[in-house]
Write a new protein. Structure first.
Length: 232
């Protein structure tokens, strides 16, 4: 697998693991999209001569050993990117290995960009799936069919810059909402950096409060608290 980094930190965004939960991150290298607001551009491209490549066995051993030079690896695991589903076979094999050979003591969440159909896996506890709104520049890569397998332990996440993004997001929610079995929905204000916002969070909250589908689905506001407090 092409790896950007493996490190311990906190879940700064929505996850079944809990926002703010201690977590081991496996950040993969390589993404098929180029979102205008991407905050991990260093993980977009794979240079086969320079990018670190590790087998699933080595990643598993590293995680199960439980520590690196500076901290202990928590048993919550978030696999992110880049885009994990560009390496789908290996990612699902790693999830299976972690769950089966660790006697299921780990909880696994995978973050994906919405451009791939989310595969079913009994070894993945939760998916966090982006729906790319118009301001991302990647709206044409979104298909409702990619979201058909997600359920009530999963999140659909929208990054919002303006009212057009919000309208597109709520239209998507109308298509995806399945009642009790539905995934959860989260709205993130798009930010260029943490010195200034592209959209005022209070405006986004007001839009949500005036949206029937947001109220009905118990949609939540999602802030990147790892950036607010200045951690990885």
């Amino acid at each position: 697998m092409f790896i950007n980094s493996i490190y311990a930190g906190i879940n700064g965004e929505v996850s079944i693991l809990g926002q703010g939960s201690l977590c081991t991150f496996i950040r993969l290298q390589g993404c098929n999209l180029k979102c205008k607001y991407c905050d991990t551009k260093q993980a977009q491209k794979v240079d086969k001569e320079k990018t670190e490549f590790l087998s699933t066995d080595k990643i598993y051993t590293h995680i199960i050993n439980g520590y690196d030079d500076i901290c202990i690896f928590p048993r919550n695991i978030t696999i992110t990117g880049g885009e994990p589903l560009t390496q789908e076979k290996e990612v699902l094999a790693l999830a299976r290995m972690i769950k089966m050979y660790s006697e299921n003591h780990y909880t696994i969440s995978i973050e994906t960009n919405g451009s791939f159909r989310v595969p079913y896996s009994e070894y993945v506890d939760s998916w966090v799936v982006d729906w790319k709104a118009p301001s991302s520049g990647m709206r044409d890569k979104m298909k409702h069919a990619n979201f058909l397998t997600i359920g009530r332990n999963d999140f659909v996440k929208f990054t919002i810059k303006d009212k057009d993004d919000f309208i597109d997001a709520t239209d998507c929610m109308e298509q995806l909402y399945k009642g009790f079995e539905s995934s959860m929905f989260a709205f993130s204000p798009q930010v260029s950096d943490w010195s200034g916002n592209d959209i005022d969070k209070k405006i986004l909250i007001d839009w949500m409060l005036h949206s029937k589908i947001c109220v009905e689905t118990k949609a939540i506001l999602n802030l990147q608290i790892h950036k607010i407090i200045g951690t990885a």
